[in-house]
Design a binder for this molecule. Structure first.
Ligand SMILES: Cc1ncc(COP(=O)(O)O)c(C=O)c1O
Length: 392
């Protein structure tokens, strides 16, 4: 392997939200952070080299995204996802959440209803409710250790006020990589009821062996025209601090409306370093990503074996994608807040507690395994020791 993902790089004193804010957020600097979704890995070497080279130039005036920038993304989407998109379909924003908020503001009216599928990425409710839209929950169903969409529940909840669904594809935190058939069924319902599908594909490149990601809009022209796809290089290449994201909007009218919003907010330009890193990652990042996914796959096997051997009360929900692992901790018999306190105060690990992800999340926790194996092992040992202490 060219890249050594097992090497530990300290992130302390880099103003890392995950590593430098531990004491402020959790009241104890010795807590091991395994929560927020970024990786403890260095990004692809070509990205670092091009950023250094750009930094050495020393002049950082307003920077335009070049045709090469867009082409690198078009080529990536075709190479990695067999989806042919056009350069002119792409719009940029400083992040997916910023884009989601703009999309809610642009394509719905105050009082309209927006559907989400909990347990799901916790800022989704904010994006809806802080814009004075009504949140509709279409909870996932947990059947035989696997999560599925509940189409009947969705159909029951659809009324003329439902204008949009925010789909999490692949799904954070439950790790499902929705199949083409599942997406087709959802897409047909939305098309019949004129519901805009906003497909958040932040994790689209992080697919485990044996699974395949289907971009929602790639399924048919009807779905492409009735949807907006949100992507970013931030999860794929660990570039979240550079704040770049690309939206794919096939429908000309939707593109025009969204562009108007970008103009209104003066979000026409991007950060110089974000542009350099994104283009370089999409052009030269394949080898890094393949090796990273292989390392993450091994981390997942390690975690699964460790938990099965030492913490039988906890069940691993096998993720099909993402580097986030959803653990069913209900057999520990703690309520949501006690479980959070237990992990933080007794195990001294910080996870993202399940209750934050909405209905169905209580009793679960989300662990970030994008770290060197030695760090993962330390976190798991801390958990196992705390469980032994409490239940001995
Ligand atoms: C599903 C999903 N969407 C969006 C984001 C955030 O994206 P951004 O940093 O581009 O706003 C995350 C981050 O974890 C995520 O998991």
């Amino acid at each position: 392997m060219k890249y050594d993902f097992g090497q530990v790089h300290t992130r302390l004193n880099t103003d890392s939200l995950k590593w430098d804010k531990t004491e402020r957020l959790f009241g104890d600097k010795d807590i091991l952070p395994m929560w927020i979704a970024d990786m403890d890995f260095r990004c692809p070497t070509p990205v670092i080299e091009q950023l250094v080279s750009r930094a050495e130039h020393g002049i950082f005036g307003y920077t335009a995204r070049s045709s090469d920038y867009f082409q690198s993304f078009v080529d990536w989407v075709e190479r990695r996802h067999q989806w042919q998109i056009k350069k002119e379909w792409i719009r940029c924003s400083p992040g997916i959440l910023t884009a989601l908020s703009m999309i809610v503001q642009t394509f719905t009216e105050p009082g309209d209803k927006v559907v989400i599928q909990p347990p799901v990425y916790h800022p989704f409710p904010d994006v809806v409710q802080k814009n004075n839209r009504e949140l509709v929950h279409n909870p996932l169903v947990f059947k035989n250790g696997r999560y599925e969409m509940d189409y009947d529940d969705l159909l029951r909840k659809i009324d003329p006020a439902v204008k949009m669904i925010i789909l999490c594809n692949p799904h954070n935190p439950v790790g499902r990589v929705w199949t083409r058939e599942e997406l087709e069924r959802l897409g047909k319902i939305c098309a019949e009821h004129n519901i805009l599908v906003v497909s958040d594909e932040a994790h689209f490149d992080l697919i485990h062996s044996g699974y395949r990601h289907t971009p929602f809009a790639s399924i048919s022209e009807e779905f492409a025209l009735g949807s907006i796809t949100c992507t970013a290089p931030s999860k794929t290449f660990n570039l979240a601090g550079l704040q770049m994201s690309n939206m794919i909007i096939a429908d000309q009218e939707k593109r025009r409306t969204f562009t108007k919003m970008l103009d209104q907010l003066h979000l026409n330009l991007s950060n110089t370093f974000g542009i350099v890193a994104t283009e370089s990652a999409y052009r030269h990042g394949d080898e890094w990503l393949d090796q990273c996914m292989s390392y993450l796959g091994d981390n997942l096997v390690f975690l699964t074996d460790f938990i099965q051997t030492h913490m039988k009360e906890i069940k691993v929900i096998q993720p099909e994608g993402t580097y986030l692992v959803w653990l069913d901790c209900r057999e520990l018999g703690m309520d949501a807040k006690s479980l959070e306190q237990f992990f933080r105060q007794e195990a001294k690990v910080a996870f993202d507690e399940g209750y934050k992800f909405g209905p169905g999340g209580e009793g679960f926790t989300r662990v970030n395994i994008a770290c060197p194996r030695s760090v993962l092992e330390e976190g798991l040992n801390r958990m196992a020791r705390a469980i032994q202490q409490r239940y001995k």
